[in-house]
Design a protein around this ligand. Sequence first.
Ligand SMILES: Cc1cc2nc3c(=O)[nH]c(=O)nc-3n(C[C@H](O)[C@H](O)[C@H](O)COP(=O)(O)OP(=O)(O)OC[C@H]3O[C@@H](n4cnc5c(N)ncnc54)[C@H](O)[C@@H]3O)c2cc1C
Length: 507
Amino acid sequence: MAGGGVVRNADGMAEPELVDVVVVGLGVGGEEVAGRLAEAGLSVVGVERDLVGGECPYWGCIPSKMMIRAANALAEARRVDGLAGSAQVRADWAPVAKRIREEATDTWNDRAAVDRFTGKGGRFLRGSGRLDGPGRVRVGDQVFQARRGIVLGTGTRPSIPPIEGLAGTPYWTNHQAIEVAELPATLLIIGGGAIGLELAQVFARFGVGVTVLEASGRVLALEEPESSEVAAAALRADGVEIATEVKIERVGHDDDTFTVYAAGDRSFSAEKLLVVTGRRAHLDELGLDTVGVDATQRYLPVDDRMHVTDGIWAVGDVTGEGAFTHIAMYQASIVVADVLDRARRAEGGPDASGTASVVGGAMGAASAVGGSMGAAGPSGAAGTVPRADYRALPRVTFTDPEVGAVGLTERQARERGINVQVGFTELSSSTRGWIHGGEPGGFIKVIADADQGVLIGATSVGPAGGEVLSALVVAVHAAVPVSQLRHMIYAYPTFHRAIQSALNDLS
Ligand SMILES: Cc1cc2nc3c(=O)[nH]c(=O)nc-3n(C[C@H](O)[C@H](O)[C@H](O)COP(=O)(O)OP(=O)(O)OC[C@H]3O[C@@H](n4cnc5c(N)ncnc54)[C@H](O)[C@@H]3O)c2cc1C
């Protein structure tokens, strides 16, 4: 797995080794970029200090959604009473922990991911990468000179608020919450955002006494207020206690109890404490000063082709454009297209026949470059590299009901001075919502730009809220006129048919 020996000059200093691309951080975004560039024939060094794949497969999306799948099965079984007879449900965490350990994470081992990357021709280095001047990356003793570029996909880590008494206690982050093999009896969660709510509902459905502490006036504070209401009601129905406007002053911990003390003489106690108050990029570790980039920023600003500065690209959470795997993948495809486009032009310009001089030094690689980009969509030819466009950024909180949203919320649209129209419908007033029953509730809300006659945002909350969202994402992404959306045929009786009612309510 190591990346080869260090070449030293007469003074014993490590000589930079010339490669095409160095990718620092092989999370979702970095792994995608590194693998595709290697497949295209470039010499790529991928540097990862922890696990190849990053947060999503080991401590994020995948294991958390496995937990949710299991918790939803329990909830659905509990709905049999009154609907289809009676069911006795006995929750057991063991199969969930086993599935996460064995199927999702290979006991938190990335050998398959490393093999996948090296199988594509990439060279893997385990370690921490750091910029070391223009075009250079240092990993321990080794220094690489990247002639095509450097890609930073270093992600984020949990942002832990500086609460008195918290540091030094065995509080959980998402890592311990995902790795837990035996559930505690009670759990406090600081943070009522998407991750906090998803995990709160899972643990509550498995019998844990969960309390969510949220500093602002509502959970899911970045989404529509109606989403917050439905999500809070659903979690309360599962037995979760939700406390808002909690101004935490200090945390106490003894052998088996955490106590959170808040303003107004409020206090909350539980066996475990999970802190999910957002994520933070650690730019200070990347040697950005050696290339003239300000490392004191919260995120690494990028342009619409993910350039940080000359010869350096960034992908994923570190860019601050949205902490989602689909953003990292979307950005990765742009970086791949851009790096290959520049490489091809540096080698004498695009050649559709594949006979141009070659990226990475082999004739076969040139056609591989064109071929792989063709499969991905953008051709990669000069001038056709796509530019990032986040207008239709979708996001889903996988609570039950799911909270899906795309584009602007009503408030964001009004703050931008847009001539806003809002349409709203309760899912229960649609045939499918009524058939499904009152639980767990939901709605569709659409936000239109009245001057343009198009949707600029939408929210879909319901049993399949994240799936119903896809139609709304297309509408916002492609700026489909509202008049056309109103006159589409919506299958009966689907949840997505409620979109038409919301559109008809636009006023
Ligand atoms: C509990 C949870 C649930 C989530 N659920 C979803 C979901 O359902 N859907 C969704 O879209 N997103 C979800 N996310 C978010 C998603 O996991 C992230 O958006 C995604 O992992 C970002 O990918 P990335 O490549 O930017 O960074 P990361 O996955 O964070 O990977 C960055 C990698 O860089 C490495 N690294 C950092 N610095 C260096 C260095 N100097 N040298 C070498 N390596 C370095 C790190 O070790 C890490 O492996 C969830 C996150 C969490 C925590």
